[in-house]
Every structure is written in C-alpha cells, then in structure tokens.
Design a protein around this ligand. Structure first.
Ligand code: HEC
Length: 112
C-alpha cells in the first residue's frame, strides 16, 4: 500500500511537471469560420525606379493599393489628385516632384 501510494504520488508529480513543461497545444482559431478575414501583408508596390517617387511620396498615408484600386484617371485627373494630396492633405511633395508622380500615375493607372 505504501508503495502504491508512493507510485501514485510520484506519478502525480510527474503529471504536474509534464503539465508545467509541455507547452499548451495551440487552440483552434475561434475566428476560423469568420468571413471577415483581413488580407495578409501589404500589396507590393512595383519594384524598380519608375515607382520610386510613388513609394517615397504616396505610400506615407495610405497604401499604394489604395491608389491603385481607385478609378483610372486622365492626366488632368491625376494632376488634380496629386495637387489635392499636397494642398488639402499636406502631402510633403515639392512642385518639382509632381511631374514624375503624375507621369507614373498616368502610365500605370491612367485612362486613354
Ligand atoms: C499626407 C498624407 C497623404 C499623402 C502623402 C498622400 N495622400 Fe492620397 N489621400 C490622403 C487622404 C487623407 C485621402 C482621403 C482618404 C479618405 O477620404 O478616406 C487620400 C485619398 C487618395 C485617393 C482617393 C481619391 C481621393 O481623392 O480621395 C487617391 C487616388 C490618392 N489619395 C492618391 C495619392 C497619390 C497619388 C499620392 C502621392 C502623390 C498620395 N495620395 C499621397 C492622404 C495622403
């Protein structure tokens, strides 16, 4: 009986120790069935020099994808949009940087 008690006590300690050491198994994601799953990661801004001004000046306040998913604009439209970002929202863009930005936007997200 004493031996059985000791074995039980040791087993108990063993179980406790095991519980303390073994990391908790990952719980099932409670939101697994949630349809509102946000996209992972930031959509890529095209690599390379042509997009550099956009990377530098436009992706500060909102994502590049936010720009890229807007309706396509004419040159006049993009010029007005960049001006709006500067004048109304305070985008730190000097006037001599505007043409490169507008050219890129017209080429990649322009219409006609
Ligand atoms: C200083 C912060 C800032 C910078 C830098 C910035 N934007 Fe924006 N942009 C905004 C804000 C604020 C909005 C409006 C968001 C809203 O209404 O939900 C916006 C909205 C837009 C929209 C959606 C249409 C609209 O007019 O609301 C476009 C397109 C856009 N920005 C393009 C650009 C481009 C191109 C650049 C780079 C030349 C740029 N943004 C840089 C702040 C900025």
């Amino acid at each position: 009986m004493e031996i059985l008690g000791a074995v039980l006590a040791l087993t108990g300690v063993g179980v406790l120790a095991a519980t303390a050491i073994v990391p908790e198994a990952p719980k099932a994601n409670p939101h697994a069935a949630d349809p509102w799953v946000l996209p992972v990661g930031e959509p890529a801004l095209p690599e390379g020099e042509p997009a550099a001004p956009i990377r530098r000046h436009c992706a500060l306040c909102h994502s590049y994808d936010y720009i890229a998913t807007q309706p396509r604009l004419s040159r006049t439209g993009w010029a007005a949009s960049v001006e709006k970002m500067r004048a109304k929202y305070g985008a730190p863009i000097s006037t001599n940087e505007v043409p490169a930005l507008v050219n890129y936007l017209v080429k990649n997200h322009g219409k006609e």
